[in-house]
Design a protein around this ligand. Structure first.
Ligand code: C5P
Length: 389
């Protein structure tokens, strides 16, 4: 769960269908939220959504916008200004609120709907957004059409984009300057142009690791097999899609030398067809079919055997003797850490949103993490790695 105190200052008709949903999504993520809706004679936030509704949604009494002073801003970790029309934003930038914001020094994330593509960004006495707002502030303009009933569509950022910006503004930057390679998802081993061998991995755990590392400041290369989940779209995160174990091996071999850390969370196929047929294999009259398979390259073991390799973390999905088997893997593949999980436990393993992981190191007692969301597990694993990097 993300943590932090946010103050949302919504305005105008976008309050109704956009800002209210943003409140829901931010709260679901774990943020504590207060709302200070605009209230003026016209299409203000309170004209569209009552104070009682804002208080109910956010779980906190509304703040009166005119009562916001330096102390009120200082109580927050982040000020979310928007969606706000460029006109109201300009007024905000010229009022007392701006000097209070500057004095409090908390970052501002301003969300401006893109109404007229040619409209200049609001400014005061020639000052740009970056010059006007406290350090670290960011401006997001719209790119996705959001339907506002009879008002038609308004171009606003996607909720995913806003949440990613909030997360990155509030995340500790403890991975700044680090280069991290992560493998994720299954691999697909082609039998012929139509069929392939694969497994149940969805990529969720590896993607959560990549997202958390990028939010914490790392430069992330995410090498992933074919998955339904879209790769996280974040600054500093480069997805590198591959298909087979051989391609994943090649991608890792091409890039390991630049990395400080490699976390191999992919469920790589252990075997691939000896030959991939050029044309579709016909069933004919056969009642049985045997497919000759050969071993795939073991990427983790290959990296583990290199003399100047990055800090190396493996995963071990086990169904019996979890710790003993993972310990064996840790030593055999020469990893620095291995994250073991029991795929038979409820809420663990493939296609779940949660996981329960035990972190094993050659020189320390096992660390049992509780059953948590994959995002939280990813955060704990990265914190544990950082202690040892
Ligand atoms: O031996 P096992 O497949 O259980 O090992 C799991 C660990 O090894 C995971 O970190 C996985 O990503 C990695 N692995 C690999 N290449 C393989 C097989 C597994 O990198 N061919």
């Amino acid at each position: 769960m993300a943590a932090g105190r946010l103050l949302l200052i919504p305005d105008g008709p976008a309050s109704l269908l956009y800002a209210t949903e943003l409140v829901n999504q931010l709260r679901r993520r774990g943020y504590s939220l207060q709302v200070a809706p605009t209230a003026y004679d016209g299409p203000s936030a309170t004209a569209f959504v009552s104070e009682l509704a804002w208080a109910t949604l956010s779980g906190h009494p509304c703040r009166a916008i005119e009562s916001l002073d330096e102390a009120a801003f200082r109580e927050q970790d982040l000020i979310l200004l928007g969606p706000v029309s460029p006109r109201v934003f300009s007024i905000f930038c010229q009022g007392k609120a701006l000097s209070y914001l500057q004095a409090a020094g908390r970052p501002v994330l301003a969300i401006l709907p893109q109404l007229f593509p040619d409209e200049p960004l609001p400014h005061k006495e020639g000052g740009s957004f970056a010059q006007l707002m406290p350090p670290g502030s960011r401006l997001l303009t719209g790119s996705v059409p959001h339907g506002l009933g009879a008002l038609g569509n308004l171009l606003l950022p996607s909720f995913e984009e806003v949440l990613a910006q909030v997360d990155s503004l509030l995340a500790p930057q403890d991975y700044a300057g680090k280069k991290v390679l992560i493998t994720a998802g299954p691999t697909a081993e082609d039998l012929d142009p139509v069929r392939f061998l694969t497994n149940r991995s969805t990529g969720k755990m590896g993607f959560a690791l990549a997202r958390d590392a990028a939010l914490r400041g790392a430069q992330v290369l995410l090498v992933h097999g074919p998955v339904a989940l879209p790769a996280p779209r974040l600054p500093r995160l480069t997805p590198l899609p591959v298909r087979s174990a051989t391609q994943m091996h090649q991608a890792v071999m091409d890039h390991w030398q630049e990395q400080d850390l490699a976390i191999l969370a992919a469920a790589v196929a252990d075997f691939q067809p000896l030959h991939c047929a050029e044309t579709k294999i016909k069933k004919g009259e056969a009642q049985e079919l045997s497919l000759p398979l050969k071993r795939t390259p073991d990427i983790l073991a290959t990296l583990g055997a290199l003399p100047h390799r990055p800090f190396l973390v493996g995963f071990a999905a086990e169904s019996d003797d979890v710790e003993a088997n993972a310990q064996l893997k840790l030593r055999k593949k020469h990893c620095d850490l291995i994250c073991a999980n029991d795929v038979r436990k409820p809420g663990c393993g493939f296609a779940t949103d949660t996981n329960q992981v035990t972190i094993l190191a050659p020189d320390a007692p096992p660390l049992h993490l509780p059953l948590k969301s994959k995002e939280e597990v990813a955060h704990s694993i990265l914190s544990e790695i950082l202690r040892r990097l």
